[in-house]
Design a protein around this ligand. Sequence first.
Ligand code: ARG
Length: 271
Amino acid sequence: MRIGKKWLATLALTVGVGLMVSACGSGGGQASGGQQASNGGSGAGTTEKVYVVGTDAAYPPFEKMEADKITGFDIDVIQAVADAAGIKIEVKNTGWDPLFDGIDKGNVDMGISAVTITDERKQKYDFSEPYFDANQLILLPEDSTVTKLSELKGKKIGVQSATTGEQVVKKTFGDTYEGIKGYDDTPSAVDDFFIGRVDAVVADNAVLQDYAKKIKDKKFKLVKDDSFEVEHYGIIVKKGNTELLDKINQGMKTIKENGKLKEINEKYFGQ
Ligand code: ARG
């Protein structure tokens, strides 16, 4: 009887220590770049997943290249979400279209790129809970009298291809509108506006406002069409990747509740 108890106690201790060791083993890995990071631990072959995050880093203040580093609002958000969810990430500047392709092909795990949650995209991708509200704006010459998108009929309008900016222009003038000029990235559309190749640009408010803040001597204005609907940005994952989406949403919930998201907002947009 006494021996039995002692044996059980020893067994419990052994199992307990064993569990502690393996818990440390799986949690202590450091990402060192690449898709999988070895934890360099006991040699048991445990690896920690490093999730690849795609973004189109030409969309300040949400994402931009600063020297060789990707920075911006979205990058702070995804890092905070990852930290709160206890996952490791590596952010890559994929560009806009390749971001979606990468998710389709599986070499990108998630995307954060000021991506508006739309019904059309929801058929193909899963979105996290929203983290930012936006709307389209029209970039126009300072002396323009235009107050609505429809008044630009016949004019050349620059948009980033496959964005909601393109969508609202198509919605107003039809899918085959000849005046629409699509660009791979938004800065190219804005550049063409300033050299007079397009008459207007339609893009997300905070991005155009960022130009307005930076380029003080240029003569332009931003106009909001009342028909433009409110948009919500979300993080995208491959459809059905609920395991990752749950982690992201858990992290998102945490940073909404603990004030971290608000802090990031204030860092980029003030009060
Ligand atoms: N919010 C718009 C959309 O989802 C534009 C996003 C473009 N983002 C970017 N990083 N270029 O269609």
